[in-house]
Ligand binder design. Structure first.
Ligand SMILES: Nc1ncnc2c1ncn2[C@@H]1O[C@H](COP(=O)(O)OP(=O)(O)O)[C@@H](O)[C@H]1O
Ligand SMILES: [Mg+2]
Length: 266
């Protein structure tokens, strides 16, 4: 029987060699079902690479990545197709097709992965566009006609179109102004609770980390140095962690969270 906090991802002793050096020396990480896990670390610490490995887009040197209880390292095409069907991704650059409308972009995974007829595909894609906080009017627009915040919402609509259990977000609020970023965080929290999602989110946005994550993994020196809720992580004495969170920005984010931000438990 599955318990609510069964691990949905288990990474063990992961090593990665890229561009002549070891990006990951020994990464160990567990993501529990239903949680929002943040991944932080300095630029070049291997966050995006780790994400790409979980998605089976970058090969690993050694180690194990189990997702939905399936080994995805060197998995067969059949296993990959079955797990890919169960997760959604919002890439850092949105990766929307510029020649397709918003509706066609969001409908794309349904065409690839289901046998549904065109009307059902359109209805489902439109539903997800609305769930992502975009209007039906926006559905006929092309990505270049959408603002940065709307493009992120479009990417998120596409990430949830197959009703995934798990979604991966790479820097979802990067480049957005603070208000748009806060609205996007609110959307992530809403979707997480309405769809029962597990979310893995790479971000260096401290406000986002305080607002949405249950736990945060800090990547450094080729390892996960620490996994804790933000309130505990910021007190970690490790100099790399201190350097990342200290300074004016870190303090402003922490204070605004404590004086008005929400706490959604563990
Ligand atoms: N395809 C690649 N070929 C060679 N080196 C790569 C490749 N992808 C990433 N790297 C290197 O791996 C390291 C980690 O990159 P990345 O995962 O993008 O870091 P982050 O997302 O934490 O900023 C960097 O030093 C980067 O140059
Ligand atoms: Mg990156």
């Amino acid at each position: 029987m599955k318990r609510p906090n069964d691990p949905i991802i288990e990474i063990k002793n992961l090593k990665t060699y890229l561009g002549g050096s070891w990006v990951h020396k020994d990464v160990n990480l567990t993501v529990n079902r239903g949680e929002i896990l943040g991944i932080v670390g300095g630029s070049g610490s291997g966050k995006t690479t780790l994400l790409r490995e979980m998605l089976c887009l970058t090969p690993v040197a050694s180690g194990s990545i189990r997702i939905f209880n399936e080994e995805v390292v060197n998995a067969s095409r059949k296993v990959l197709l079955s797990v890919q069907r169960r997760w959604g991704v919002l890439f850092q650059q949105n990766a929307l097709f510029s020649s397709l409308t918003l509706l066609e972009n969001v409908a794309f995974p349904l065409k690839e992965h289901t046998e549904l007829d065109a009307t059902s595909i359109n209805d489902l894609a439109l539903l997800k566009i609305l769930m992502a906080g975009l209007s039906a009017d926006a559905a006929v627009k092309y990505p270049s006609e959408l603002s940065g915040g709307m493009q992120k919402r479009a990417g998120l609509a596409r990430a949830i179109v197959l009703d995934p259990e798990l979604i991966f977000l790479d820097e979802p609020t990067a480049g957005l102004d603070p208000n748009t970023a806060a609205e996007f965080d609110e959307l992530i929290l809403n979707l997480q609770s309405t769809m029962g999602l597990t979310i893995v989110m790479i971000t260096h946005d401290l406000d986002s980390l305080w607002r949405v994550t249950n736990r945060v993994a800090f990547l450094g020196e080729g390892k996960v140095l620490c996994v804790d809720p933000m309130s505990k992580l910021v007190k970690n004495p490790n100099p790399m962690i201190q350097a990342f969170f200290s300074g004016p920005r870190g303090r402003v984010a922490e204070e605004s969270y404590q004086h008005g931000g929400q706490d959604h438990g563990n």
